[in-house]
Design a binder for this molecule. Structure first.
Ligand code: SAM
Length: 262
């Protein structure tokens, strides 16, 4: 299905009657621009356009999203993909705009938000995936949650094996420590290990675990890992468990780095 987003500016569009405010960064001013009833999305226009193209290309019907903030990305995914099941996981305890979107669009049971869940809580992830997907492989997983190294890796190890062969695992904003946007580093990311070292691990894993990772595509906004056909047990899968000694030393060295504190 082809979707026409009607952009009134680079930061605002409508899709099938739903209005979105789309912003690259969260600042004090960004929410002030939000109109009542408008869905809020932390994505630049180019990222939104990538979502449209990606959904069009892979037509995912079973989707898992980590980190939803005000639920704009979840609503957009639901409108674009018209999934059978879209499961969202969010650390905060509630997301009223998304709950209202679900009710307004009669999407109860299709969009299933799970609030108060840490993406690194692998027991919770197992329970949610089992309950909501019931053994059905997932087509698309998007991690736009903590952007922290250990948490991102924990989710990846547990969830990547749950993708169907050819399914996509997208890690957003991996480059925050490189800071291509020239933004001040948020306090919560100061003194932490850069997520970029995990992207390096994934690159090594593409060679060390043939058949698990079919392809990695990287740009400044995201890394997308396409699952290969090899069987992986989610309970024990560790993307870096089978590195050769030198690759092991290289990624261990990278994971020693921490970002400066102000
Ligand atoms: C960048 S925002 C998500 C933006 C949203 N995907 C969008 O495009 O509008 C990150 C979200 O992840 C949540 N988050 C942060 N750490 C998390 C964690 N460890 N587990 C789950 N969610 C987390 C935050 O509460 C926040 O709502």
């Amino acid at each position: 299905m082809e979707h026409q987003l009607d952009w009134s500016s680079d930061g605002e569009f409508t899709l099938d009657g739903v209005s979105y405010l789309s912003t690259s960064f969260l600042t004090q001013e960004t929410h002030a621009a939000q109109s009542p009833g408008q869905m809020f999305l932390i994505k630049a226009r180019s990222q939104v356009e990538h979502y449209v193209a990606m959904i069009e290309a892979i037509q995912p019907k079973f989707i898992l999203e980590l980190g939803i903030y005000q639920g704009g990305s979840t609503a957009l995914l639901a409108q674009l993909a018209q999934p059978e099941k879209l499961v969202a996981i969010e650390l905060e305890d509630s997301c009223r705009p998304l709950d209202e979107f679900i009710t307004t669009h009669s999407l109860e049971g299709v969009i299933v938000p799970n609030y108060g869940v840490n993406q690194s809580d692998v027991v919770a992830l197992d329970t949610i995936v089992q309950r909501e997907f019931d053994g059905h492989p997932i087509d698309l997983i998007i991690d736009d949650a903590s952007h922290l190294l250990a948490e991102t890796k924990a989710s990846f190890n547990r969830l990547f094996p749950r993708l169907r062969p050819g399914g996509l695992y997208m890690i957003e904003d991996w480059a925050w420590s490189v800071n291509p946007w020239g933004m001040p580093l948020p306090t919560r990311l100061q003194g932490t290990s850069p997520l970029s070292s995990f992207i390096t691990e994934l690159v090594f894993a593409a060679a060390c675990l043939p058949g698990c990772i079919a392809e990695i595509t990287i740009d400044v906004d995201k890394a997308i890992v396409r699952r290969g056909t090899r069987n992986m047990n989610p309970a024990v899968f560790d993307v870096s468990a089978h590195f050769d000694p030198m690759s092991r030393q290289m990624v261990d060295a990278l994971s020693q780095f921490v970002t400066p504190t102000a």
